[in-house]
Ligand binder design. Structure first.
Ligand code: ARG
Ligand code: ZN
Length: 484
């Protein structure tokens, strides 16, 4: 849970001294057997992550010697905590051969299980709640691959060969579980963490990553760029780019907590002409409109890294991954809304991904309304779209449903039904309260329903619940009051 793990009460238990000395022996019935590490228990991806493991911070030093290839040299230092005693740490990892692992600077037993996609470390003594450990891992070689069944794409670390108007480049496209192709990671959104990302690139290249640029230095043959992502994010939301970018700064936007400025910077590749760049000029306005509905922007910076490959756009934190072909206002608003819904409010289970996609899709309507467009026609178009497709209850049952029309469009209509039932003022208060409430713990659909009842009452809960659970498509919601 990033920096917010439930460490309070448990921290007291092991304050007596070093955990290694203070722990009483476990009753043998509880003693871990050969495979003590349990996965998190995600209903779509049951093997991902480790229950009880809380990675607080990833400090990554990546060296990219040949942009466009999958070759990497990496030193990763993870700050680990635990919410239960862990005899073994089991990280998701599909990356290249591990060369060295150290635990608090000392040699430690480890095993890279390529078939299972796990890197297992067995420290001399269990990691105890209330304690932290520094785990360093060094590896080099080709990043791993994780084929996405829906997209014709391998998730995770991407190599883009040089083309007629594009230099060789690299970027990350990790949602849902591709971060493990280049990083040993507790690869589940319910364990967000902070990141320091240091990227060494050859001369002529620029590196960009989620967070704020902290340092840029020349080294023999190239440059090192260091980024600090100081708010926890899921690993899939970490952007890393190596490209021949032009960096464009814009004035900070006063939409942070307490009106603090949010840095604005976009990264454009050589192929991005004025038409591609134009909609990003409106990003400051978008931040203004969305923060009016959702509350302060949750991160210190925001902007886009524009890329050439025709992949979906992705809501990587503070630095949206924006294909040239997706550089439109509506997509930019969508990925910006995900900064609140997905990147800050994180999922407890991948089955609940409509909580990301439905809210981000609904933000498109909120933006269009603010521009004076007819919201009712957008809603009618959504309804047509979802009526033409097989619809389903919103909690996904299998991987193929995660990013389907129901998640995006039925999810958005569910929120529209709720807004129509309670009116704009109550809806706005509700959205802000939801973000505040679930910024400190992962959210599931049942949590949203319970929170709706608590904030808006049983009738509103029932309205939403019908949209969440009905096997058929509920009737088109009608906004109670005219659009402002
Ligand atoms: N979350 C992305 C969006 O903004 C879509 C990602 C699709 N990813 C995937 N593996 N199918 O809508
Ligand atoms: Zn989305």
């Amino acid at each position: 849970l990033g920096t917010w793990g439930p460490v309070g009460a448990q921290a007291l238990i092991s304050q007596a001294g070093p955990a290694q000395l203070a722990v009483p022996a476990l009753p043998s019935i509880l003693a871990p057997a050969a495979n003590p590490a349990q996965p998190i228990g995600d209903s779509i991806f049951p093997a991902l992550g480790q229950a009880g493991l809380d990675v607080r911070h990833y400090d990554l030093s990546l060296q990219v010697d040949q942009p466009g290839t999958l070759g990497l040299r990496v030193g990763a230092v993870l700050t680990l905590a635990a919410t239960r005693p862990l005899e073994q740490v089991s990280l998701d990892f599909l990356g290249p051969a591990v060369q060295e692992v150290r635990w608090n600077g000392q040699a430690v037993a480890w095993q890279q299980d390529r078939a299972a996609g796990k890197l297992r470390i067995t420290p001399a003594a269990a990691l105890q709640p209330g304690r932290t450990a520094q785990l360093s891992v060094r590896y080099a070689g080709q990043a791993g691959t994780r084929r996405d069944p829906e997209l014709n794409l391998s998730l995770g670390w991407q190599g883009v060969p040089a083309g007629p108007s594009q230099p060789a480049a690299n970027y990350t496209f990790s949602e849902p579980d591709g971060a493990r192709t280049f990083l040993p990671v507790n690869d589940h959104p319910s364990d967000p963490a902070t990141f320091t990302t240091r990227i060494t690139v050859p001369r002529g290249y620029v590196a960009a990553a989620s967070g704020v640029l902290r340092a840029e230095e020349a080294v023999p043959g190239g440059r090192v760029f260091t980024f600090e992502q100081a708010q926890p994010i899921p690993a899939y939301a970490l952007a890393i780019h190596v490209n021949q970018f032009q960096t464009v700064q814009a004035p900070a936007v006063p939409v942070g907590v307490g009106g603090a400025g949010v840095q604005r910077r976009d990264y454009f590749p050589p192929a991005a002409d004025g038409t591609i760049r134009a909609p990003y000029l409106r990003l400051g306005d978008m931040l203004g409109v969305l923060s009016g509905w959702f509350g302060p922007f949750p991160f210190a910076a925001h902007g886009a890294a524009v890329i050439s490959p025709r992949v979906p756009a992705l809501e990587t934190a503070t630095l949206m991954t924006m294909p040239l072909a997706s550089s439109f206002e509506r997509v930019i608003v969508h990925e910006t809304a995900h900064q609140w819904f997905g990147d800050r409010v994180v999922l407890g289970d991948w089955a609940d991904v409509w909580l990301n996609e439905g809210f981000a899709t609904y933000a498109e309507l909120l933006w269009l309304e603010s521009r004076g467009e007819n919201g009712a026609s957008v809603v009618a178009a959504w309804y047509e779209r979802v009526r033409d497709q097989a619809t389903r209850p919103l909690v996904a049952r299998r991987e193929g449903e995660l990013f389907d029309t129901s998640a995006y469009v039925r999810g958005a209509l569910a929120l529209h039904a709720l807004r129509s039932a309670v009116g704009d003022d109550a809806f706005r208060r509700f959205l802000r309260a939801y973000v505040a409430q679930f910024s400190t713990r992962p959210v599931r659909t049942a949590d949203l329903l319970a929170f709706t009842r608590q904030e808006l009452g049983p009738v509103a809960q029932t309205v939403l619940r019908v949209w969440v659970e009905s096997p058929t498509l509920p009737p088109l919601p009608v906004l109670a009051r005219p659009a402002a």
